[in-house]
Design a protein around this ligand. Structure first.
Ligand SMILES: Cc1ncc(COP(=O)(O)OP(=O)(O)O)c(N)n1
Ligand SMILES: Cc1ncsc1CCOP(=O)(O)O
Ligand SMILES: [Mg+2]
Length: 368
């Protein structure tokens, strides 16, 4: 880039011509055009990366269409005069990459990085665009808000899809081998984990939940926190599980927003109808069998499982006393999804138990 007041020299037919210096105004305009050019490209590239996941990963025409629409709207602003200001060899910024760009631990982190990149680019376009055209600032401000909504919709859709695909739910118990046991189950194909610890102090809970959240996300699995909305937010969990005596679902939804999952416990048909009406994403059904993990709750029996199979309009997980020996009784009663604590947390080989339970649940044909 030329500095203000610099003289260009051009040679035509051996004659050296002294060119008038660029005016300060023209030079600033060139710089603004280059900033706009780089950020128009950056915003479109980021959107394209997000669009590919919406199309091929999520198979969602509406989200794909929204990305495409924004890319096309951005392209209209990319005029010939802005493109003409491009100076790639002189752009020192092209060599700079962040170490995290070289390594992404999951599709989720890749999407978040690109959503962030698009939002930053749109913010730059909003500010510098005001110097280019009276409508550009407003146009890109509105688009930035559309990208926030897109982010929320993508994350919500991604989580719901994964929830629908999850047939085994591991609820943790206190264990010296907490992380190793959960990781062993993730290796066996587990995609849904709930952190449940009824006795530890908050500093240990925070430490364990932080590690588990990172672990689950690195395996592409959902991570839910039992009882505690604050802890769920603190560790970037995918949601929270609440019982009838826990925080009301409506308040949790207000705090968590629409993009995180909320699960609710139910022990009978009335609780089921009420909890579904409150807007949860899934329910627990049980304890089906009496269990030392939840000693004060009487068993509901398989009857309630059959009732859930016929009446639940949302995904539901049978829970309580379920293991490799009785899983097929649950399946016969209509369960397609189960949640377990002891059978995986206390297993000698959590990977194998996970694989076995999943293999039984995956044999179920989807209902027409
Ligand atoms: C999947 C699932 N279902 C039920 C429960 C039980 O929740 P709650 O009744 O709140 O009891 P606690 O787990 O908090 O003791 C659950 N955690 N998960
Ligand atoms: C948390 C909870 N809620 C209903 S039953 C239950 C515990 C199930 O534990 P286990 O799988 O060890 O019987
Ligand atoms: Mg609870």
């Amino acid at each position: 880039m030329k500095e203000a007041g610099y003289y260009d020299e051009q040679s035509t037919d051996g004659v050296v011509v002294m060119v008038e210096p660029y005016s300060q105004k023209e030079l600033i305009q060139q710089v603004v055009y280059r900033i706009l050019d780089a950020n128009l490209d950056r915003a479109r590239e980021g959107l394209r990366i997000i669009e590919e996941w919406c199309r091929f990963g999520l198979n969602n025409a509406q989200l794909t269409g929204e990305c495409k629409q924004m890319r096309q709207e951005i392209a209209i602003w990319h005029t010939a005069e802005i493109r003409a200001a491009r100076d790639t060899p002189g752009d020192r910024g092209t060599e700079l990459t962040h170490p995290q760009e070289e390594q992404r631990s999951s599709v989720k982190s890749l999407l978040q990085a690109n959503l962030c990149r698009v939002q930053e680019a749109l913010r730059v376009l909003e500010e510098y665009g005001k110097l280019y055209h009276p409508n550009m600032g407003t146009a890109f401000k509105q688009m930035r808000y559309r990208v926030y909504t897109l982010e929320s919709n993508i994350m919500a859709y991604h989580r719901h899809q994964l929830l629908l695909r999850s047939h085994l739910y591991l609820v943790t118990s206190s264990s010296e081998n907490l992380l190793a046991t959960v990781e062993a189950a993730l290796k066996g194909g587990l995609t849904l984990v709930q952190y449940r610890d009824k006795t530890s102090d908050d500093s240990l809970r925070l430490e364990q939940a932080t590690k588990l959240s990172q672990l689950c996300h690195s395996y592409g699995a959902l991570f839910i926190v039992n009882d505690r909305v604050d802890l769920a937010l603190a560790v970037d969990a995918d949601g929270v599980h609440l019982g009838q005596q826990d925080m009301p679902i409506a308040i949790a939804r207000q705090i968590l927003g629409p993009q995180r999952l909320i699960g609710g416990s139910t022990t009978n048909p009335e609780e089921m109808q009420k909890t579904i009406a409150e807007g949860v994403d899934y329910i627990g059904v049980g304890p089906v069998y009496a269990t030392p993990t939840k000693p004060d709750k009487p068993a509901t029996g398989l009857e309630y499982v059959s009732y859930a199979a016929k009446n639940s309009s949302i995904p539901w997980f049978a829970i309580g006393g379920i293991d490799a020996n009785n899983i097929n009784d649950l399946i016969d009663a209509g369960a397609e999804r189960v949640a377990v604590v002891r059978s995986v947390m206390q297993a000698e080989q959590p990977t194998l138990v996970t694989q076995y339970l999943l293999s039984q649940l995956n044999r179920i044909k989807p209902q027409p």
